[in-house]
Design a protein around this ligand. Structure first.
Ligand SMILES: Cc1ncc(COP(=O)(O)O)c(C=O)c1O
Length: 396
């Protein structure tokens, strides 16, 4: 039986156009040069390919290309943004305070906690039941020594979108810099550096049909936003991420950005229609459910709890047909359940039965209809055994 992939927020299949474009840079004929080898054509060709990819990333972000620093993942880009900036400012006594939010990805929370161990002070803002941040709480948290505010554009578990332009406006007369994790937004929402008002952005190719193992940090190049590198060695990537550049991966990221820009206008509405079809379909099938996360929401993620049903039991029912994430793939190892849903005040029953459905370019309406049928069957069967079954109201 076909396994329907609905876990695109975890990773996406590689776009064949991207794969084709990467292949020459994996060959032994000419595409293997080191971009730092400026003395011969092999190196110069590789360097030109890296420059071209840098331009492709920048044009998706509508930003100058000198701001793009290639990294190995969004996690690395985030660590470079947070630790790189905090170490730089703390060494110069120009601030030590970071503001972030309880529903951020573990890469952001982990990097902030590391900065805290190194002497930074951290404020973690709460969210409301819909996953939204309060701007007045952000304004009250700002201090004279706040050096960095780090927030995501799209939440990876719920799809909830933070109002980043409003955050940037709140910081306008403050020296704090704004880092935005746009990992889940690329290819689904427009990500324009000036419209967001961001100083730093992090992203990862594998979330939008590019290869794994390559990400980028964009940091304001004019005037250059200074970072303390996390590694030391060669001068690649302005010395901020030294090490021989992975040309095939970088080419893949560039092409994935080009494809994301090309498909953006049609993919956003198409993914939203698929997401709504799933939620509407389950509703019409009379399945009791609770949607986790309010609006605005990105189009490709739906986080649903099925009250009265144990998530693991439902997963056992559906996992031969549906590839879905219980809570978040990134946090499913946590015994306490999703930190994002907990921060939103979702209770134990909601946490235990929460699933994330996430869609991508290869998702289609047939997949959704099949998912609705399989989930409805599974939930009904489990409710019929459950002592709570009679108490959970179904609707027709
Ligand atoms: C919002 C967000 N930020 C960061 C990351 C980390 O990305 P990577 O896998 O490239 O390290 C993820 C991946 O799950 C994510 O969803």
């Amino acid at each position: 039986m076909r396994l329907i992939y609905m876990d695109h927020a975890a990773t996406t299949p590689l776009d064949p156009v991207v794969r084709e474009g990467m292949l020459p840079w994996l060959g032994s004929d000419s595409g293997f040069g080191n971009p730092a080898s400026a003395t011969h054509g092999y190196g110069r060709a590789a360097s030109a390919a890296v420059d071209h990819a840098r331009q492709q990333v920048a044009s998706l972000l509508q930003a100058p290309a000198e701001g793009v620093v290639f990294t190995g993942s969004a996690t690395e880009a985030i660590n470079l943004a947070i630790l790189g900036r905090l170490r730089f400012v703390m060494q110069r006594n120009r601030g030590r305070h970071i503001i972030t939010c309880a529903t951020e990805h573990s890469a952001v929370l982990g990097a902030c906690e590391q900065a805290q161990r190194e002497g930074a002070e951290l404020t973690v803002l709460p969210v409301d039941g819909a996953g939204r941040l309060s701007l007045s709480a952000l304004r009250s948290a700002l201090r004279d020594d706040t050096a960095l505010v780090s927030l995501m554009l799209v939440n990876n578990e719920t799809g909830v979108v933070h109002d980043i332009p409003a955050v940037a406006a709140a910081l306008r007369d403050h020296p704090a810099r704004l880092h935005v994790d746009v990992t889940q937004a690329i290819g689904k929402l427009p990500v324009d550096v000036s419209a967001l008002g961001a100083d730093l952005l992090s992203l990862s190719a594998h979330k939008f049909h590019g290869p794994k193992g390559i990400g980028a940090l964009w940091r304001c190049p004019r005037p250059r936003l200074r970072l303390q590198p996390l590694q030391f060695g060669g001068g690649q990537e302005w010395g901020e991420r030294p090490g021989t550049q992975a040309v095939h991966q970088i080419v893949g990221l560039g092409l994935a950005c080009e494809q994301a820009a090309r498909h953006l206008g049609s993919e956003g509405p198409r993914l939203q229609a698929l997401r709504d079809r799933l939620e509407q379909g389950l509703w019409e099938a009379g399945i009791p459910l609770q949607r986790n996360g309010g609006v605005p929401r990105a189009p490709h993620i739906s986080n649903l709890s099925f009250p009265g049903v144990h998530g693991e039991a439902l997963l056992a029912e559906v996992s031969s047909t549906l590839a879905i994430a219980a809570g978040s793939a990134c946090t499913s190892r946590s015994a306490r359940g999703s930190h994002v849903l907990r921060a939103m005040g979702v209770g134990d029953a909601g946490l235990l039965s929460a699933f994330r459905f996430s869609f991508g370019r290869d998702s289609n309406a047939d997949d959704i209809d099949e998912a609705v049928a399989v989930l409805s069957r599974g939930v009904r069967r489990l409710l019929s055994f459950s002592p709570l079954g009679d108490e959970v109201e179904t609707h027709d």
